[in-house]
Design a protein around this ligand. Structure first.
Ligand code: PRP
Ligand code: URA
Length: 209
């Protein structure tokens, strides 16, 4: 079974409280999503392999460590996942970015696919799928199915708020995919929105309704 990592860092909890607040406007909401994505990415990349290098400091020769050259790709699920891209690229500027377009049908809550463009060399990459909300898990499960058809080296899923229902469904469908989140919320409501949640992430990032 895959791991669920919920990061309880005080900065994350503070930013998340402002993000949840319905009075928070679009500009600040966007900034917070990017900042939280960067902080979760820090956690999700904690096991990247390192190799030794020799560096001449102004004082002496030192053996230090750099990333061992693993290639990464970030794949946001459109639309709301786009809000996380700038934040994660701040930490890993050399990563490639793919896109998967999915939306939840409002009646059935089932994901509807409309776009998929992934890096051509994705089979050589460790992939991080980005979506702020893991509700029923349908969108994440579907996106990861699409990515797996292209044989990436590994997949992790990064979100900002997860519902227990979505975590269970994603772990059952993809037991090899670890989940990184800033919060594990209480439950879904009758429309499959997360409680307490933050409302509709895409609408709040892009100012639509
Ligand atoms: C939201 C969210 C996830 C999905 C989560 O997207 O960004 O992709 O719902 O719900 P699930 O876990 O039940 O699948 P939405 O369908 O609202 O599309 P949008 O980002 O285009 O607004
Ligand atoms: N998608 C959202 O944007 N919010 C939810 O609470 C659930 C799905």
């Amino acid at each position: 079974m895959s791991e669920l990592v919920v990061t309880n860092h005080p900065l994350i909890q503070h930013k998340l409280s402002i993000l949840r607040d319905k009075r928070t406007g679009t500009k600040q909401f966007r900034e917070l999503i990017a900042e939280l994505a960067m902080l979760i990415c820090y956690e999700a990349t904690a096991d990247l392999p390192l190799k030794d290098v020799t560096v001449e400091t102004p004082m002496c020769t030192a053996t230090t460590r750099v990333l061992a050259g693993h290639k990464l790709a970030f794949v946001p699920i459109l639309r709301a996942g786009l809000g996380m891209v700038d934040g994660v690229l701040n930490l890993v500027p050399s990563a490639k970015v793919g896109h998967i377009g999915l939306y939840r049908d409002h009646e059935t809550c089932q994901p509807v696919e409309y776009y998929c463009k992934l890096p051509g060399d994705i089979s050589e990459r460790d992939v991080f799928v980005l979506d702020p909300m893991l509700a029923t898990g349908g969108s994440a499960i579907d996106a990861i199915h699409q990515i797996k058809q292209r044989n990436p080296k590994s997949i992790k899923f990064m979100c900002i708020i997860a519902a227990p229902e979505g975590v269970k469904a994603l772990q059952e469908a993809h037991p090899d995919v670890n989940i990184y989140s800033a919060a594990l919320d209480e439950k879904l409501n009758e429309h499959s929105y997360i409680l307490p949640g933050l409302g509709d992430a895409g609408d709040r990032i892009f100012g639509t309704k």
